[in-house]
Design a protein. Structure first.
Length: 316
């Protein structure tokens, strides 16, 4: 775009988010990463933690490749002139002088020289660290808002289920421990999770999104639950069922739609009461029927609250 070299410089985070298959990620704010509180416990999970952190923050990091030049000169000088001790001493001190001069921070880092990561290792550590920070960032307020914007633009894809009517999906991890499972997509409408449609996401770690995020997003933006409710009502009114020559197949029949109840929602008051009982406790006699009706009232209040709120970004 511009010939100015300063303009050509792309921050590490931006580069990471623009990589192929990384479009589920949002750029984490610099000040979030710089706050040590947000990084608590990560140093034990990520190898070469300091170096990885500096890489993410665009500080210059010394790798073993960078150091190789200096090392070879030292080794060369130490191995060749065994016969001449005086000149050996001299040349060694010369080399020491030059290395301290060339690498400004050389002396401080000399002690840990053997532990310097190579570039590939460092890149992997930086990716891992960024992913773990990302999973924490997207459950903070600015992160949630950024992800909600992506959700609204349907950047995570739509639910493949017909009755979910193209409901937008939310990335989720089935575990918070990295290296176990890749990212999945959660549909708030049918409460199911799906594999991403493109194989490009098959090497994205699910822990980089975490188990908490989708639930929090749905709770923070009640408009999502609202969209689901509209779809659910539509399904209930249409009520698809298999038919043979116009007759519905009995659900108790061996060839009937036995698992249909999994997708059903309580509709009549009696069904709702039954549902509440199942959800909150064991069905019992008269004593608990009062407390059950209380719970139903509470649930109703919640619903009214949800209807009043709208998605924060909807006004845009
Ligand atoms: Zn769905």
């Amino acid at each position: 775009m511009s010939s100015d070299p300063e303009d050509d410089y792309i921050p590490w985070i931006q580069q990471f988010c623009e990589l192929f298959g990384h479009d589920y990620f949002v750029p984490v704010a610099q000040d979030f990463i710089e706050d040590d509180f947000n990084l608590t416990g990560l140093s034990s999970q990520v190898p070469y933690y300091r170096e990885a952190l500096y890489t993410i923050l665009d500080y210059e990091v010394e790798t073993s490749e960078d150091n190789n030049n200096n090392n070879t000169t030292t080794i060369h000088n130490a191995s060749t002139p065994n016969s001449n001790n005086n000149s050996n001493n001299n040349s060694n001190s010369n080399v020491a002088a030059t290395t301290t001069a060339t690498t400004a921070s050389g002396i401080a880092k000399k002690a840990g020289k053997a532990e310097l990561p190579n570039k590939a290792l460092l890149a992997h550590s930086a990716d891992l660290l960024y992913g773990l920070i990302h999973s924490r960032y997207i459950i903070s307020k600015p992160g949630l808002t950024a992800m909600a914007t992506k959700f609204e633009r349907n950047e995570f894809g739509s639910c493949p289920r017909y009755y979910c009517d193209g409901m937008h999906l939310i990335p989720v991890g089935s575990t918070d421990i990295p290296g176990h499972e890749t990212v999945r997509l959660y549909c708030p409408c049918c409460n199911d999770i799906y594999l991403p449609s493109s194989s490009r996401y098959l090497n994205i770690d699910g822990a980089f999104f975490g188990t908490t995020f989708p639930g929090l997003l749905v709770k923070m933006f009640p408009e999502i639950e609202n969209q689901c409710r509209i779809r659910t009502n539509k399904v209930n009114s249409q009520d698809f069922g298999l038919k043979l020559f116009g007759f519905k197949i009995n659900e108790l029949s061996a060839s009937g739609p036995r698992m249909k109840w999994l997708r059903l929602y309580p509709q009549t008051d009696l069904e709702k009461e039954e549902y509440e009982t199942c959800e909150f406790g064991l069905p019992s006699g008269d004593e608990e029927s009062n407390s059950n009706s209380d719970m139903e009232e509470v649930a109703d209040d919640d619903e009214e609250d949800d209807d009043d709120k709208t998605m924060a970004s909807e006004g845009n």
